[in-house]
Design a protein around this ligand. Structure first.
Ligand code: SF4
Length: 61
């Protein structure tokens, strides 16, 4: 299981993670990335790499 967290203070809603995630984990909610499908996360950390704001952390739980 992977825990995906978005720092909403850093997120600018550019949707890089929404578009890059191979598991469609993210949706945009009120202009911020929201990991609504966290259960589908593969732990690949692509979202961490593509986020220009460094707003995403992925942790194995
Ligand atoms: S770690 Fe990979 S599968 Fe998980 S939310 Fe990020 S891009 Fe999607």
């Amino acid at each position: 299981m992977w825990q995906v967290e978005v720092d909403v203070d850093k997120c600018t809603g550019d949707e890089e993670c929404v578009n890059a995630c191979p598991a469609q984990v993210f949706e945009l909610t009120d202009g911020k990335a929201d990991p609504v499908n966290m259960d589908e996360c593969l732990g690949c950390e692509t979202c961490v790499e593509v986020c220009p704001e460094g707003a995403i952390t992925v942790t194995e739980v």
